[in-house]
Design a protein around this ligand. Structure first.
Ligand SMILES: [Zn+2]
Length: 273
């Protein structure tokens, strides 16, 4: 019953909250890695973006003061569109695809890097408090935080896209565990994990050896960062990821059900979910 009501509400939202053409094409213009996507993908992306904007709040993290940031409609579209790229191939319907983004409501946009405060205990048992400026963060069952300058900066640096990165963490968290794996079961899970581990081990070794890698070396930090960074590259510079880690690329393609090189939905040989 609840699902039925929600579906009705979403269907209505698609009709009444359509994104104006000018805003939609302006957002697409900012994202050259979407240039070659076919009409089916783009239509689905637009519907999902519409639903995202209705269901999530994209708010400012700095309402007043010298660094106040106003979150405008074009900014919201740009953020929502990139988030929805992660679910554009998922689910038989857009309503189903939105399930990957359930359980939280807010995206908070900051005027710059923001401090993340955390405590850690050293070997002597002394607790230290660290303030580390970060560009983005995803909370389990909570908000996604983004630094607006870093959201914008991404478009000029191929293969980097902060919004995709942070929402990839949301996909990782879907099964309640932050382990770099989307919620998969059985052989689909082990095939994904095997391909990912092989790629991660190789990448870690290269970064550790001081190699100047084309993929952001931040991916070597931890397996969950490897997943988030590889999702950025998968969408923003897919040829690079396929070239470097073809088997892992194929697993990502199976999960996302999108062929980012062809710019089309990947409907063949799935058997996942
Ligand atoms: Zn991350």
């Amino acid at each position: 019953m609840f699902d039925w009501l929600k579906t009705k509400r979403r269907e209505r939202a698609l009709g009444t909250h359509a994104i104006p053409d000018s805003q939609w094409s302006a957002a697409l213009d900012e994202l050259p890695f979407l240039d070659h996507y076919d009409a089916t993908v783009l239509a689905r992306l637009r519907e999902l973006t519409t639903l995202f904007l209705v269901e999530k709040n994209i708010v400012t993290g700095a309402e007043d003061g010298a660094h106040a940031l106003e979150v405008t409609a074009p900014m919201r579209v740009l953020i929502a569109l990139q988030a929805c790229l992660l679910i554009v191939g998922r689910g038989a319907t857009v309503m189903e695809a939105m399930r990957d983004f359930e359980g939280w409501d807010n995206v908070v946009v900051h005027p710059g890097d923001f401090p993340r405060t955390y405590d850690y205990e050293d070997e002597a048992g002394v607790v230290h408090r660290l303030d580390e400026p970060i560009a983005g963060e995803s909370w389990y069952n909570g908000p996604v935080l983004l630094s607006w300058p870093s959201v914008e900066a991404g478009y000029d640096q191929s293969g980097m896209a902060l919004v995709i990165h942070e929402f990839a963490h949301k996909i990782d968290m879907l099964d309640g565990v932050v382990d770099g794996l989307p919620p998969l079961a059985g052989s689909a899970r082990s095939e994904f994990a095997d391909a990912q581990q092989a790629a991660y081990q190789d990448f870690y070794r290269r970064v550790d050896a001081g190699e100047d890698t084309a993929i952001d070396p931040y991916a070597a930090e931890h397996i969950d960062e490897f997943f988030a960074v590889s999702c950025e590259v998968f969408f923003a510079e897919p040829e690079l990821l396929r070239e470097e880690y073809a088997a892992y690329f194929e697993q990502l393609q199976r999960w996302f059900r999108v062929d980012p090189i062809a710019g089309a939905l990947a409907r063949e040989g799935q058997g996942v979910n």
